[in-house]
Design a protein around this ligand. Structure first.
Ligand code: ZN
Length: 203
């Protein structure tokens, strides 16, 4: 998930070249149209060095993008974890699930896999989420507003669901051309747009 309208998501290719001199970064962001984004992830059964390295790489890609959340499928990995930052606190959630949700809240939402376009989407305002952290401890968070939205957005990714599946008919219609271009050509460098629930497009 991207941070706000100002933090337009662009591809991270090249940005990490310094860390892999002469080589190719092991992961890159996947965009709308990539089948891996529509597949359900597998539960994680062991927290080993490879998983810790994966989470580390995910943070690098998320911060480079820049974004405030990144789920493993967004870099082509079908594992059930996401990384995020909320209130300057980075976090990793492994095998998360929402156990309670309450309220309704409409907010403009972005996705690193759908760069350049934001949608007003209604979701529950509060959630209780459980999972495991990188140390293997069971954790439980009561989240509200932006943090709750972040968790729901990233959890959707782990179930193969993209935010475009939450759109109103009007939004779907208004976004059609942009989304088709993204599918066919990958991310562009044009200005970001925002599409309200009624299909109104603004810069
Ligand atoms: Zn996303």
């Amino acid at each position: 998930m991207t941070s706000d309208h100002g933090g337009r998501a662009v591809g991270d290719r090249g940005a990490r070249a310094g860390r892999y001199p002469g080589g190719v970064a092991p992961y890159s962001l996947r965009y709308l149209g990539d089948p891996v984004l529509q597949q359900r992830t597998n539960d994680i059964t062991e927290i080993d060095d490879r998983l810790i390295q994966l989470a580390d790489d995910m943070f690098d890609i998320m911060y480079d993008a820049p974004g405030i959340g990144l789920a493993a499928p967004q870099i082509g990995v079908q594992k059930r974890l996401f990384v995020y930052e909320h209130d300057d606190e980075p976090g990793v959630l492994i095998n998360p699930s929402v156990v309670e949700s309450d309220g309704q809240w409409v907010f403009s939402e972005g996705c690193l896999s759908i760069p350049g376009i934001y949608f007003e989407i209604e979701r529950p305002k509060q959630v209780m989420i459980t999972g495991v952290d990188l140390d293997g401890n069971e954790v439980r968070y009561e989240a509200d507003e932006l943090q709750a939205r972040l968790f729901q957005h990233e959890l959707d990714h782990l179930n193969g669901t993209l935010m475009v599946e939450h759109l109103t008919d009007e939004q779907r219609k208004a976004a059609k051309k942009h989304l088709l271009e993204l599918r066919l050509n990958g991310p562009g460098t044009g200005p970001s747009i925002s599409i309200a629930a009624d299909g109104t497009v603004s810069d």
